[in-house]
Design a protein. Sequence first.
Length: 100
Amino acid sequence: MNKKPFIKGFRTAYIDEEVDEKTAEKTVSVEESLVALIFDRYAPAETYPESTEQKTTLDLIDEMESCSEVSKSKVKLAMEDKGFKLQYTGSEFVWLMKER
């Protein structure tokens, strides 16, 4: 069993890498949870005319009103994982969504 050092306070502690990897696999990020809520309400749209909603990443974060810190880049990755697409409208990038 490999032990991996990390610094905690003024001491060096050791964690079990196997346990840490298992925990990481089960842990769902705040961003993934928030995007799952969006996915329940909206489906990805392929084209701009097909979409019923167009929102920026910041619009989505504000709409979720999360009390946790949310990373824009992680929201972007989670949205792409669910099949949503960004489109440039001439002034901003928006996610193409349609109501379910």
